[in-house]
Design a protein around this ligand. Structure first.
Ligand code: ADE
Length: 360
């Protein structure tokens, strides 16, 4: 069959399958663009099962674009806590403020793309789901599905693969007759049928058009990409308790995990000895601890580095090193937005995705 014919046939099969087999998810069947927007931002880089609970809590806390626009950012971040990639939450609020000020939701790809924090991927999702515009969404699942359909072994990294995929999908989505269901259906197919290691070809609506399936070994497409090696950085982290409160430091207002609170930490080159840990605590946080205990280690994975944390517990109350020393304050950790790594150290449990907790 010619490529053009495959593209034409493929189009309507995806929305038809989606209508019959879509999972019941809390953001489906809702026509409110705000609800779709929140869900699409949460779904970026995060598994669906992890998003469901966050989505419900977030929509309860901020049910409308106006409510989100007016909320204190600390409350927004608190609601996002544990979901990772916190810049998404900040950008979502900035976008909500712009939309609330305009008094109407954007319509179409270009208008959505102009909203702060709405990238090409999200704009395509929103324009197709909310406005019925035929713009393909290309995420990791879609790249896998299309690579299999076309028996492409090396689509390359997502950023490089995306333009070619979009060009190939354009006539397909136009032939679909239902751009929103087409995009969501293709993602859904990747998440529930066209699985990375064990594709369920028996349940696939487009098996007859799939070159990967025809090869007899669809799981070979696309080939596995080498994992990017991320650098490792080591930190001494200090746990200083005072009843139900712990000493927490606020991170700078810009950059990684901006504004979040965390345990006092110092970057090191190796695991500090106890005397060295005491010195670090005094030099960096102006605290003199009479007793310190090494409490173990924990590794926290960010997108771009692996954080090895050497944990020290201060026994008793440390004294300030000098009368006017600026020492960190004590807080009840459950009342403020605390980084996932620090929450893990404090054993506060966490709602997180998969094996590695990602925070970008
Ligand atoms: N991934 C991102 N958005 C999605 C959606 N709307 N449905 C299924 N998977 C998705």
């Amino acid at each position: 069959m010619k490529q053009k014919e495959i593209q034409q046939q493929l189009g309507p099969l995806i929305p038809a399958w989606f209508q019959a087999h879509k999972r019941a998810l809390p953001w489906r069947g809702i026509s409110d663009p705000y609800a779709v927007w929140v869900s699409e931002i949460m779904l970026q880089q995060t598994r669906i099962e992890s998003v469901i609970g966050y989505y419900a809590r977030f929509m309860e806390a901020f049910p409308t674009v106006e409510a989100l626009a007016q909320a204190p950012i600390e409350r927004v971040l608190k609601c996002w806590e544990g979901l990772g990639y916190y810049s998404r939450a900040r950008n979502l609020q900035r976008g909500a403020q712009q939309v609330a000020a305009q008094g109407a939701f954007p319509k179409g790809f270009a208008a959505w793309r102009a909203v702060p924090g709405v990238g090409a991927y999200t704009a395509a999702a929103l324009a197709s789901l909310c406005d019925g515009e035929a713009v393909p969404v290309v995420d990791g699942n879609v790249i896998r599905v299309v690579s299999r359909l076309r028996a492409v072994r090396e689509p390359g990294p997502p950023a490089a693969a995306r333009p070619g995929m979009m060009r190939w999908l354009q006539p397909v989505i136009e032939a679909s007759g239902a751009p929103g269901d087409f995009n969501e259906g293709l993602m859904e197919l990747g998440e529930t049928v066209c699985l990375p290691r064990a594709p369920r070809c028996g349940a696939c609506p487009v098996r007859a058009l799939c070159k990967g399936a025809a090869s007899g070994a669809p799981e070979r497409f696309p080939g596995l990409r080498k994992r990017r090696d991320v650098p490792e950085r080591q930190f001494a982290a200090f746990v200083v308790r005072n009843g139900a409160e712990v000493m927490l430091v606020q991170r700078p207002p810009q950059g990684l995990l901006a504004g979040f609170r965390e345990l006092p930490m110092v970057e090191t080159q190796e695991r500090p000895t106890l005397p060295r840990a005491k010195t670090l605590l005094r030099e960096r946080f102006h605290l003199v601890a009479s007793r310190l205990r090494y409490a173990g280690t924990l590794t926290h994975v960010f997108t771009h580095f692996r954080q090895v944390l050497w944990i020290y517990e201060v026994i008793g109350s440390p004294a300030a090193d000098g009368a006017d020393a600026a020492v960190p304050g004590f807080y009840r950790p459950e009342t403020c937005a605390v980084t996932t790594a620090s929450r893990r150290i404090l054993g506060l449990g966490q709602r997180r995705r998969g094996g590695a907790s990602g925070e970008g």
